[in-house]
Design a protein around this ligand. Structure first.
Ligand SMILES: Nc1ncnc2c1ncn2[C@@H]1O[C@H](COP(=O)(O)OS(=O)(=O)O)[C@@H](OP(=O)(O)O)[C@H]1O
Ligand SMILES: [Mg+2]
Ligand SMILES: [Mg+2]
Ligand SMILES: [Mg+2]
Length: 350
């Protein structure tokens, strides 16, 4: 009997690995006019666009009928003033797609030497990520660079891909080119790949191809937690987290880190809890920002809910609906964290 999602896992790992090689190489060469500002004022770089083009090209060849919910669209690239950006993206994407085949990769996925995509084909590939999401059927979520601000400052960022079937995350693959392989050696080798399949556990590999290490979140008492949280205070409330910390008698300072690398660190035993409380009304969390990370945490034995204890719903469209925050933690402390959040909210209204 074949292992469920074995081929999806192979394709997803190949796609994320190639995209990570691309983003890693682009970072040192990025020049000022290769970053745009989107309508919501957030940054997007040639790295984000070309990584989405590469992953969507591979997914569309391997699974032509699967829709993709991807963060980026090509509209800002199709203007006459963006011709140099288009050329750069075409060059970067073709370089990543054209690398020699690694063990387990197949030419049928649109990769390998002399597999060349035109500029138009790559822009169309980016736009294959325009699916609106929904409750039934298969779909992929893609965040080609999660934590673009982290990427730009040379910090943490992640290439994030998930397969969702009937609103349930079945597979998650996250590449973290800047994350130390061994958390106890922060200045040592960098470049991690995290893989989770529902019912098959979570694993860490290196981007260069080491054998997988199974992950599990160790037990911890609340006062020994060190909350994982966003770097950007606009993305999650630092002040609310610090009130929750006080209520739980947490001694250690928070670990601030961009991107879904926070979920990866939690899954391998760092911090003990990830808190992402909304900073105001209006913003809705996007499914590509949480789908692979949520499975990585649950398959490592953790729990993920919103701040009311409700499961995240990946079947509502491109976002998660009204934002009640995201709380991920080891099973044993998750209830304590939720109770402290409830208490902090009550005190907020006193
Ligand atoms: N207001 C607000 N609230 C919550 N989240 C927001 C908000 N605005 C943007 N975003 C999304 O945050 C993603 C990156 O956040 P992270 O916590 O991963 O990193 S960071 O430390 O905040 O940079 C970031 O993902 P990328 O765009 O892929 O970088 C956004 O999707
Ligand atoms: Mg993101
Ligand atoms: Mg992104
Ligand atoms: Mg973005």
């Amino acid at each position: 009997m074949s292992i469920p999602f074995a081929s999806e896992k192979h394709v997803a790992i190949a796609a994320v690995r190639r995209a990570c090689a691309l983003t890693d190489s682009v970072f040192n060469k990025l020049v000022k006019n290769e970053t745009l500002t989107k309508d919501d004022k957030s940054p997007v770089t040639v790295g984000d666009y070309s990584a989405q083009a590469v992953i969507n090209t591979i997914l569309s060849r391997a699974f032509p009928h699967d829709p993709i919910v991807g963060e980026e669209t090509s509209s800002d690239l199709r203007t006459s003033s963006a011709s140099s950006l288009r050329s750069r993206i075409t060059e970067l994407a073709n370089q990543a797609l054209g690398e020699d085949l690694a063990l387990g990769e197949m030419r049928e996925w649109g990769i390998g030497p002399r597999q060349v995509q035109t500029e138009e084909e790559l822009l169309d590939a980016i736009d294959r990520g325009s699916y609106g999401g929904g409750r039934s059927g298969r779909m992929w979520t893609l965040d080609p660079i999660d934590g673009t601000k982290g990427f730009l400052r040379g910090g943490q960022y992640a290439v994030c891909l998930a397969l969702i079937i009937d609103a349930q995350v079945e597979l998650g693959v996250i590449g973290c080119p800047n994350l130390p392989v061994d958390p106890s050696n922060p200045n040592g080798a960098r470049g991690c790949l995290f893989v989770a399949v529902r019912g098959q556990g979570s694993q860490q590999l290196t981007l260069s191809g080491s054998s997988p290490i199974p992950l599990s979140i160790p037990a911890i008492t609340p006062s020994n937690l060190s909350f994982l949280e966003s770097v950007e205070s606009a993305h999650s409330s630092h002040s609310f987290n610090s009130r929750v910390s006080k209520l739980l008698l947490v001694q250690k300072p928070p670990i601030r880190m961009d991107s879904q690398a926070k979920y990866c660190c939690l899954a391998r035993g760092e911090g003990g809890a990830y808190l992402r409380m909304p900073t105001g009304v209006g913003y809705r969390e996007k499914i590509w920002d949480h789908a692979p990370g949520s499975l990585l945490v649950t398959e490592a034995g953790g729990t993920i809910t919103d701040s009311r204890g409700e499961l995240l719903d990946f079947g509502l469209g491109r976002d998660l609906g009204e934002n009640f925050g995201v709380i991920a933690a080891g099973k044993d402390v998750h209830d304590d964290v939720l109770a402290a959040i409830k208490q902090a909210k009550l005190e907020e209204h006193e």
